[in-house]
Design a binder for this molecule. Structure first.
Ligand code: ZN
Length: 243
C-alpha cells in the first residue's frame, strides 16, 4: 500500500492543495492525516471538506479539539487563541461533527498514528530524549506523529539507543528490520523548521520506505486570505520564514 501522510494543515487550503497534487502524482492509494486540520489559517471549512471528500483517515489534534470544545484552550498563546475563537465561529455544523468525532490515534497493520506522542496524545516529541521516552510506549515498528511542525525521524535499535535526523530539506528513510521509527512528516500549513515550503511524507509500505517531500505553494495568497478575515498578521508573517 502507498500512503500519503500529512499533518498540521491548520486551515491552509493553498498548501493542502499543493501537497495533495504532489501525493496524487506519486500515486498514493490512501491518505492519512495526523491532526490539526484547523487553527491559525483562513480556510477551516474548505480544508475539512477536502479531507472528507478524499476519504482521508484523520485523527484529532489539539487545535481540532479546542475548535469544537474549548479543550485545552488555556495552553494556546494569544494569537493562536484568537484564530481558534474565529475558527469556532466559522465551522459548519457538518465540520463540527466531523472534528468532534475524530479518534486520537489509529493503528494500522504495520504502523500507528498519533498527533503528539504515543499514549500522551498532545505531548511534544522534539528531541531524542522525548523520543526515548516515547519508544517505551510504542509497539509498532513505525509511528507517525505531528504536532511540532518539524520534518524529522527518530529511530531506536535493539539496544534501545535512540537516534535523530532532521529532514527539513526532505529525504528518504529506509525502514530496517530490528529498528523502530517515529517519523514526523512536517507541517502542511505552518512549517516551523525554517523551510517555508509545505511538507508531507510518502510511505511505500511494500518497499519499506518513507520519503519526506517539500512542496512550494502560494504563501502570498494565504496571507491575503488571512488579511481578508482579520486574522493576526503574525500568523501570516511566520509562513514566509517557516517558523
Ligand atoms: Zn499543529
Amino acid at each position: 500500500m502507498r500512503y500519503g501522510v500529512i499533518s498540521d494543515i491548520h486551515s491552509n487550503l493553498e498548501a493542502l492543495q499543493a501537497v495533495l497534487r504532489e501525493i496524487d502524482a506519486w500515486g498514493a492509494q490512501a491518505l492519512v492525516c495526523l491532526g490539526d486540520v484547523v487553527g491559525y489559517g483562513p480556510d477551516p471549512n474548505e480544508c475539512c471538506d477536502l479531507l472528507r471528500a478524499r476519504g482521508c483517515l484523520v485523527i484529532s489534534g489539539n487545535h481540532d479539539e479546542a475548535a469544537v470544545s474549548d479543550a485545552g484552550v488555556e495552553f494556546f498563546n494569544s494569537v493562536a487563541r484568537q484564530a481558534l475563537t474565529w475558527t469556532q465561529t466559522q465551522l459548519t455544523p457538518e465540520n463540527r461533527v466531523f472534528l468532534a468525532g475524530l479518534p486520537r490515534e489509529r493503528k494500522f497493520e504495520n504502523f500507528s498514528i498519533v498527533h503528539g506522542a504515543p499514549g500522551a496524545h498532545f505531548d511534544y516529541i522534539s528531541d531524542a530524549i522525548d523520543a526515548q521516552r516515547a519508544f517505551a510506549r510504542v509497539d509498532s515498528a513505525v509511528t507517525f506523529i505531528g504536532h511540532t511542525h518539524t520534518a524529522e525521524v527518530f529511530y531506536q535499535d535493539g539496544a534501545r539507543r535512540t537516534y535523530h535526523q532532521k529532514l527539513a530539506q526532505g529525504g528518504r528513510v529506509t525502514i530496517a528490520p530490528g529498528l523502530r521509527y517515529i517519523i514526523n512528516p512536517g507541517s502542511v500549513g505552518q512549517p516551523r523548521d525554517l523551510n517555508p515550503r509545505s511538507s508531507c511524507a510518502l510511505f511505500d509500505e511494500d518497499r519499506e520506505e518513507v520519503e519526506i517531500r517539500r512542496v512550494t505553494y502560494d504563501v502570498g495568497r494565504v496571507r491575503e486570505r488571512m488579511r481578508d478575515v482579520n486574522l493576526p498578521s503574525e500568523l501570516g508573517a511566520r509562513l514566509i520564514v517557516g517558523y
